[in-house]
Ligand binder design. Structure first.
Ligand code: IPM
Ligand code: MN
Length: 368
């Protein structure tokens, strides 16, 4: 298959981990006779420096024409003092909106060899395997009005949703639950927020269309607690943009490090943007020590969701698993008796495994 992929390295460690993604994809293409072409575009702080805006039109056009987009990370102290419309984060929010990427899938799976790397007890983390379905282009991060009053004495942000916007993310979550264990937890704050009351009503309405899915409602504060006390009780979580942002960072402690969490952002047409959940980590940028696994696992999600290359996706995921099973890890993870390696070395080991295992990959036991 021929596929054209836009790479958005962004800032900080984004540039380093995007290189890992490209190396992995080139190995996959070689093994399975695919032809992947790559095009680099600017976003975030580097785009501010080069184009005076965090999201140049040329980036939006290239992404809209691509078969899929891979993004590293945006942001850094250099751009922290800019007015909010010029911050690197606006580039990320803007590209999500421009491509209509309403569904953000964030799988969180505890790898057996990293159980002790989590600050939580092994007995709590063991067996965690959940998917956060975060609404990505509405809610509190996009609602208007948003801003300060002219006299600077008051401020407003708006949490707005249409019924249609909630319906499409809830449908996606039900469908994701059908592909997994059939258990959906809808997270809201329906005891306080109007938006959450509508959200809950829609989940209840939709339930009739998915009789094979068991639904549970949970308030976001309770969900935050349960994520770190009984994470194994979750299968699929669906929630509003900001709740999903916060809960997914929290859930990353189950995997030992934020450096392990991939994500897929999808629209109705199936075009996707794939990015690690972690940020640009300016403190370690340029040192060659960043964990490339969240980015590499994001490329697996791209192979699966945008290209329907299940076997290839599974091969990438099993290679990651095998590296961890052998005790290799980057500096963000504390692994007892492990072997600490840098970004390039870890990537190279994964590439070698992809090359040596491609003939024997089977798609049993893969996760969605
Ligand atoms: C994320 C990030 C972004 C978000 C920021 C950088 C705008 O935290 O992808 O989770 O809040 O969506
Ligand atoms: Mn976040």
């Amino acid at each position: 298959m021929k596929k054209h992929i836009v790479l958005l390295p962004g800032d900080g460690i984004g540039k380093e981990v995007i290189q890992s993604a490209k190396d992995v994809l080139e190995a996959v293409a070689g093994e399975f006779d695919h032809s992947f072409t790559f095009e680099i575009q600017d976003i975030g702080g580097c785009a501010i420096d080069l184009h005076g805006t965090p999201l140049p039109d040329s980036t939006v056009t290239a992404c809209a024409q691509a078969d899929a987009v891979l993004l590293g990370a945006v942001g850094g102290p250099k751009w922290d003092r800019l007015p909010s419309h010029l911050r690197p984060e606006k580039g990320l929010l803007g590209i999500r909106k421009a491509l209509n990427l309403f569904a953000n899938l964030r799988p969180v799976k505890a790898f057996p060899n990293l159980l002790h790397a989590s600050p939580l007890k092994e007995s709590v983390v063991n067996g965690s395997d959940l998917l956060i379905v975060r609404e990505l282009i509405g809610g509190l991060y996009f609602g208007t009005p948003s801003g300060r009053s002219a006299d600077g004495q008051s401020v407003v942000d708006t949490l707005a949703y249409t019924k249609k916007e909630i319906e499409q993310i809830v449908d996606k979550a039900f469908q994701s639950a059908q592909l997994r264990k059939g258990h959906l937890t809808s997270v809201d704050k329906a005891n306080v927020l109007e938006s959450s009351k509508l959200w809950r009503e829609i989940v209840e309405e939709k339930q009739a269309q998915y009789p094979d899915v068991m639904v549970e409602h949970m308030l976001v504060d309770a969900a935050a607690m349960k994520l770190v006390t009984n994470p194994g009780s979750f299968d699929v979580i669906v929630t509003e943009n900001m709740f999903g942002d916060i809960l997914s960072d929290e859930a990353s402690v189950l995997t030992g490090s934020l450096g392990m969490l991939p994500s897929a952002s999808l629209n109705q047409a199936g075009v996707g943007l794939y990015e690690p959940v972690h940020g640009s980590a300016p403190d370690i940028a340029g040192k060659g020590v960043a964990n490339p696994l969240a980015m590499i696992l994001s490329t697996a999600l791209m192979l699966r969701h945008s290209f329907q290359m299940e076997k290839e996706a599974h091969l990438v995921e099993t290679a990651v698993q095998a590296i961890l099973d052998d005790g290799y890890h980057t500096a963000d993870l504390e692994v007892v008796n492990g072997h600490k390696v840098g970004t390039a070395e870890m990537t190279k080991m994964i590439v070698e495994l992809i090359k040596s295992q491609s003939a024997t990959v089977s798609i049993l036991n893969c996760y969605v």
